[in-house]
Design a protein around this ligand. Structure first.
Ligand code: ATP
Length: 237
């Protein structure tokens, strides 16, 4: 169980500031959707949480501990898992090898194949294809593998970047079910999405970014949400 908190985060690429003031909190057993137009800074925010982008100021804390300066591989071991946009798996490796690679970020609490077996129980489709190369899987199956690979590290926080992108509508429903199921298990999930309705169907909390800033943070059923979204998606910048 982990609580992730961002406070007045500034981040970007080199000296280029893309995220100027992002704050929000992600809690166990909740899906926090991060919404905003193209270029609003959603991916950059996730990358700052993982350590791939520098925290220029403000803070990223995990269970109250400031991890802003902790190296990416150590953050992974602390329980932050990141599923990047575009199903970044090892395409020439088998399903099983991908899961094994994912487990390398796991703290050495549990040995053996227990976690992998649990993942196969959760994703029987992957169990049936464990010897297939990842490249042989369909787009939806590759997305499931990318999520399973992240889960192999037994994270407390799961960052998902556009998991519905490029998937057929029926598969999008499957991804939604997986996300809800993981929430039930107590993961703190941060979901970045262009597909607003998909995100809202999964979300408990919503954070809206506009030009690198948090402009709204609230629950999914709060009255001001729709206006905040409309405003952020229409704004000129
Ligand atoms: P999208 O859905 O398009 O990914 P986003 O909200 O996730 O939108 P980011 O990917 O965080 O937005 O990008 C925010 C800004 O950062 C954009 O203006 C983009 O051009 C810029 N940017 C992204 N990657 C880099 C990079 N490697 N170097 C420099 N600038 C970048």
């Amino acid at each position: 169980m982990s609580i992730l908190e961002l406070s007045r985060l500034r981040s970007g690429y080199g000296d280029l500031e893309v995220v100027t003031d992002v704050s929000f909190r992600a809690e166990p057993g909740r899906v926090t959707a991060l919404l905003g137009r193209n270029g609003a800074g959603k991916t950059t925010t996730l990358r700052a949480v993982t350590g791939l982008n520098r925290v220029m100021s403000g803070s990223v804390t995990l269970d109250g501990e400031d991890i802003s300066k902790v190296a990416p591989h150590r953050r992974a071991r602390m329980g932050i898992a990141y599923v990047q946009e575009g199903k970044r798996i090892f395409r020439s490796r088998t399903v099983e090898e991908n899961l094994t690679l994912g487990s390398f970020a796991r703290p050495r609490r549990r040995r053996g194949n227990a976690v992998r077996d649990e993942l196969y129980d959760r994703f029987p489709m992957l169990a049936e294809r464990r010897r297939f190369r990842a490249a042989q899987l369909s787009g939806g199956q590759q997305q499931m593998l990318a999520i399973a690979q992240a889960l192999a590290a037994e994270p407390g926080v799961l960052l998902l970047d556009e998991p519905s992108a490029g998937l057929a509508p029926t598969i999008v429903g499957d991804v939604l079910e997986v996300i809800k199921d993981l929430r039930e298990q107590g993961l703190a999930i941060v979901l970045v999405e262009q597909a607003v309705e998909f995100a809202l169907a999964a979300a408990d909390g919503v954070v809206v970014l506009n030009v690198g800033r948090t402009v709204y943070e609230g629950t999914v059923d709060q009255p001001g949400l729709r206006d905040a979204i409309k405003h952020a998606y229409m704004a000129d910048g």
